[in-house]
Design a protein around this ligand. Structure first.
Ligand SMILES: Cc1ncc(COP(=O)(O)O)c(C=O)c1O
Length: 486
């Protein structure tokens, strides 16, 4: 970065002369620049080298194993990219009229139909841009329906301690009230506690299944039955669908609303904040409240339908993240009826890894897991002072992306591991060997573990300070030869 700022010279930048053909923006006089901005000037090779070097420091699923629990970092088939780059899809404009975008609308309509089938529900909106936005949308749909029924006093949403962190946040965002439900010693929702909290104030239950402990709720139909009997609705956080896709359906278990994370289950190059997709599927009685527009079909014609008076409105611009839809559709169609094999392999891989690690790490909930599992470093901490963070940092030296740590909150020193279905047994074994080697190092060389990672450009960062005082741009005034107008 050093060169960039040393070479910058004010006033030399091309394009600072106003182009008379472009109308001048109405920027108030007081806010206008007095001098040209100090932008760096560089030769192309310098820029190419700078960004190429930076890109080699990036860790992604294409560079290594990425068992980030709860995030489903799976391989993204390159065939998806061919599909999304077909000119008819790639060159679409969001303001194109429906008649000239029939192929795109048909793809969206088909995806809606497929997701309704996969979830066992009736109607789908593709609009939400992420799982968390899907949660908010689904809760707003339930809230709108309760209002239409004259049941506005139903404001409480029950969610267990094993819920994903976004669930309670979405409840609050939707203007509803969170009521926590205990989990029992086996990691499942405590049915008695749930029943004791149901009342005529209950809007519904929000359940992450499989839970953040990687467990499939044992009494799931009893849970939904109890909630329905008191007049509430059941919301299924389906972001963990990778464990059960093609095997079980939330609709069949009694759920009324479910969101799916397209970017987790149906592969998308995600991470770093996007792109994502969080479609929501609902039962027929809730369909009128879905966001607009919904893609509808009439004979051979497809169109955006915004004429839905009871709708909760728009939750996103235009029709939603279209590139994500194309990739998901391509992914699902390539699997076809064999889609359940994806989930079966994901569950098998997770159980294999869990079995390999169980002697060296604590298993707080010791039973067959779904697509992910949680181990704890609490014994390593007690005996050798080695924490989950130390293990995670050391894994980088072995060439692996660390798993999710300190989540779920119900497990002390948690390491949440999700291998996904796309990893070979050899990769799983290499990772297990590294985890076992680290557990051995905790005993023989604990002080060295505290210094990890040693292989990275930076060691341990002050994460709290980085969160509280983020520096989001290069500070020109830190450089001796720079001015102050950056
Ligand atoms: C179970 C669960 N629910 C909800 C979410 C939120 O999804 P998003 O990150 O797309 O907002 C996630 C994210 O991974 C998740 O794992």
């Amino acid at each position: 970065m050093k060169l960039i700022y040393e070479k910058s010279r004010p006033g030399r930048r091309a394009g600072t002369v106003p182009n008379p053909a472009i109308p001048r923006a109405e920027v108030p006089e007081a806010l206008r620049r007095r001098a040209a901005p100090r932008l760096p000037e560089l030769a192309e090779p310098e820029i190419v080298r700078h960004f190429t070097q930076l890109s080699t420091r990036n860790f992604g699923i294409d560079t290594g194993f990425y068992p980030l629990g709860s995030c489903t970092m799976k391989h993204n088939p390159r065939a998806n990219e061919r599909a999304v780059n077909l000119p008819g899809f790639r060159d679409l404009h969001p303001r194109q009229d429906d008649d000239s975008a029939q192929g795109a609308l048909e793809l969206m309509w088909r995806l809606q139909e497929i997701l309704a089938e996969i979830t066992g529900l009736d109607a789908v909106t593709l609009q939400p841009a992420a799982g968390s936005q899907g949660e908010l949308t689904g809760l707003l749909v339930i809230k709108a329906h309760l209002a239409a029924l004259g049941e506005q006093q139903r404001v409480e949403v029950l969610a267990p301690d094993s819920a994903h962190g976004t669930n309670p946040a979405s409840v609050t965002m939707a203007g509803l009230e969170l009521v926590g439900v205990k989990i029992d010693e086996r990691g499942y929702v405590d049915l008695a506690d749930l029943k004791s909290k149901l009342s005529d104030r209950t809007a519904g239950l929000m359940l992450t299944n499989p839970s953040t402990l990687g467990l499939f709720e044992e009494n799931i139909t009893e849970l939904t039955k109890a909630v329905h009997e008191t007049g509430g609705y059941c919301y299924y956080d389906g972001a963990n669908l990778n464990a059960v896709c093609g095997i079980s359906r939330p609709g069949d278990m009694g759920f009324d609303v479910v969101h799916i994370n397209l970017h987790k289950t149906f592969s998308q190059p995600h991470g770093g904040g996007g792109p994502g997709g969080g479609p929501v599927a609902v039962r027929e009685e809730l369909a009128p409240y879905l966001p607009v527009p919904v893609v509808t079909r009439s004979g051979d014609r497809f169109r955006f339908d915004s004429d839905r008076p009871a709708s909760v409105g728009r939750v996103r611009g235009f029709g939603g993240p279209f590139g994500v839809f194309v990739r998901s559709y391509a992914f699902i169609r390539r699997y076809g009826p064999a889609l359940r094999e994806m989930s079966e392999a994901a569950v098998l891989n997770a159980n294999y890894l869990m079995a390999r690690l169980r002697d060296a790490y604590d298993l707080p909930y010791d039973r067959a897991c779904m697509h992910e599992f949680v181990v704890s470093a609490r014994e390593l901490k007690k005996q050798h002072g080695i924490t989950a963070l130390d293990v995670a940092k050391r894994l980088m030296d072995y060439g692996f992306h660390p798993p999710t740590v300190y989540f779920p909150l119900v497990v002390a020193e948690a390491l949440m591991i999700e291998p996904t279905e796309t990893e070979a047994k050899e990769t799983l074994d290499e990772f297990a060997d590294a985890m076992l080697a680290i557990a051995a190092e905790a005993e023989t060389a604990p002080e060295a573990l505290k210094e990890a990672p040693r292989s990275q450009p930076v060691r341990r960062l002050d994460e709290v300070r980085a969160t509280k005082h983020p520096v989001l741009r290069y500070r020109f005034d830190e450089h001796p030869s720079s001015g102050d107008d950056g």
